[in-house]
Unconditional design. Structure first.
Length: 406
C-alpha cells in the first residue's frame, strides 16, 4: 500500500508538468487557447454525468463488496451514457457561443471533447479504487499520464496548434478508458452489450433527485473554485490569461493531487460509514485534511522561490505571473487539503454543502461587485485576491459544519 501514493504522485507530477511544457513549446497566444480549452474541459467534467459520478463513487464499493457486480456495472455504463448525452448537448450549444479569447466554436467543441474524455476516464477507474486495488488504479493514472504527455509534446512541437493538441490528448484518454472498461467486463465475465441495453432500460429508475442535487453541489463548488479563471477569460486579454494560466498551474496541480488522493480516500470513507462507524469516518477525513494542510504550508515558501526562478529563467514572457503566485499558493493549499467536503457527502449532508455553496455564491457576488466599484482597472492581481477570499471563506465554513456534524 505504500507504493501506490508514490505512483499516483508521479502521475500527478507528469500531468502538472504537461502545461508547463506546452507553454514552452507554444507561443503565448496558443497557450492561452490551450488553457482556455482545459478550462472548458474541466467545466464539462463539473457536470459529473449530471451528478451520477458521485453516486457511482458512493455505491460501487458497496455493491461490489456485496457481490452485486451486474448492478454495479449497469450504474457505471449509465454514467457513461449520460456523459455521451452531455457531449452531444454541449457540442450543439457551442456552435452558437461567442469567441472565448482566441477560441472559436470549433476550439470550444474540442475543449468539450477533452472534458468528455476526462469524465470517461474518471468513471472507468472507479472500479479499481472501489475494490481496494489502489496500485492498479495508480498504474492506470501513470500509464495515461505517460501516453498523454508524449503525444502532447509531439503534437505541440511539430504542429504548434492548441486545438490539435487538445484533440489528440482526448483521443488518447478515450482509448485508454476503453481498454480499462474492456478489462473490467472481462474480469467479471459480463457482456458489455447486454449491460448497455440494461443500462438504457433502467436509466429512468435512477434516483435522479439525489443525483441532480449532487450535480448542483458540484456546479456551485466548481463555480467557486474556477470563477477567477472565467473572470480573466471574460474580462482581460489573452496575454493576461496566459499569465494567469501559468500561475494557475499551481492550482491545477493542487486540484489534481486532491482529486487523485480523494479518489482513494472517498471509497474508504464510504466503506467506514457503511459499517456504521461515523466517528472513525470523520477522524479519517480530519486526519487527511490536517496532514495535507501541513504539507502545503511547509512547502509554500521554498515552492514560491523555486517557481519564481523557473519563470525568470525558462518562461521570461510570463514574468507577470510572479505577482500572483503567493496568492494562488495559499488557495492551492486550501483546495489540496479539503476532505471535509468528502466527509459531508459520504454521511449524506449534501444539502448542507449546497446551502454553504449558495451562500458563498451570494458572498462572492457581493465581493466582486465591491471590487469593481473601488478598482476601476481590473487586473490578474485583483482577480487572484478575489479567489483567495472566496477560497478561505468556503474552506472555513465547510470545516466548521463538518466538525459540528461529526
Amino acid at each position: 500500500m505504500v507504493i501506490y501514493p508514490l505512483i499516483l504522485a508521479l502521475a500527478m507530477i507528469i500531468m502538472m508538468i504537461r502545461p508547463l511544457l506546452v507553454a514552452y513549446l507554444l507561443n503565448q497566444s496558443e497557450f492561452a487557447s490551450y488553457s482556455t480549452g482545459l478550462l472548458i474541459s474541466s467545466t464539462f467534467c463539473m457536470l459529473g454525468c449530471l451528478g451520477l459520478q458521485t453516486v457511482i463513487q458512493k455505491q460501487m464499493p458497496i455493491d461490489l463488496h456485496l457481490g452485486n457486480n451486474n448492478k454495479s456495472l449497469i450504474l457505471l455504463i449509465q454514467g457513461i451514457l449520460i456523459a455521451i448525452l452531455c457531449l452531444f448537448i454541449g457540442g450543439s450549444i457551442c456552435f452558437f457561443s461567442p469567441m472565448l479569447l482566441t477560441l472559436g466554436p470549433l476550439g470550444i467543441f474540442v475543449g468539450i471533447i477533452n472534458g468528455f474524455s476526462q469524465q470517461v476516464f474518471l468513471l472507468a477507474t472507479i472500479e479499481s479504487r472501489s475494490v481496494g486495488k489502489y496500485v492498479i488504479f495508480s498504474l492506470q493514472n501513470l500509464f495515461r499520464a505517460f501516453l498523454v504527455i508524449l503525444t502532447t509534446l509531439f503534437v505541440a512541437y511539430f504542429i504548434g496548434s492548441a486545438i490539435v493538441t487538445l484533440l489528440v490528448e482526448s483521443l488518447v484518454t478515450i482509448i485508454i478508458s476503453y481498454g480499462i472498461l474492456y478489462r473490467i467486463f472481462n474480469h467479471y465475465d459480463i457482456s458489455i452489450l447486454n449491460t448497455v441495453v440494461e443500462a438504457m432500460k433502467k436509466i429512468l429508475s435512477i434516483n435522479w433527485e439525489s443525483s441532480l442535487a449532487l450535480m448542483l453541489i458540484m456546479i456551485l463548488a466548481f463555480a467557486l473554485t474556477n470563477i477567477d479563471r472565467w473572470l480573466v477569460v471574460i474580462s482581460l486579454s489573452p496575454k493576461a490569461f496566459a499569465n494567469y494560466a501559468m500561475a494557475g498551474i499551481i492550482l491545477l496541480g493542487a486540484q489534481s493531487l486532491q482529486v487523485i488522493i480523494n479518489s482513494a480516500v472517498f471509497p474508504s470513507l464510504a466503506k467506514m460509514y457503511a459499517t456504521g462507524n461515523k466517528k472513525h469516518t470523520f477522524a479519517f477525513a480530519k486526519k487527511n485534511s490536517i496532514y495535507f494542510l501541513l504539507i502545503g504550508v511547509a512547502g509554500s515558501v521554498p515552492g514560491f522561490f523555486l517557481i519564481k526562478q523557473i519563470i525568470l529563467y525558462i518562461y521570461p514572457n510570463y514574468y507577470g505571473a510572479i505577482l500572483i503566485i503567493p496568492i494562488l499558493i495559499f488557495v492551492a493549499i486550501l483546495r489540496m487539503s479539503d476532505f471535509w467536503s468528502s466527509y459531508l457527502i459520504v454521511v449524506g449532508e449534501e444539502k448542507i454543502l449546497l446551502l454553504i455553496d449558495i451562500a458563498m455564491i451570494v458572498v462572492s457576488l457581493i465581493i466582486w461587485y465591491t471590487i469593481t466599484i473601488f478598482i476601476s482597472d481590473i487586473s490578474i492581481y485583483s482577480i487572484a485576491s478575489f479567489a483567495v477570499a472566496i477560497g478561505f471563506l468556503r474552506y472555513f465554513m465547510v470545516m466548521i459544519i463538518a466538525i459540528l456534524r461529526s
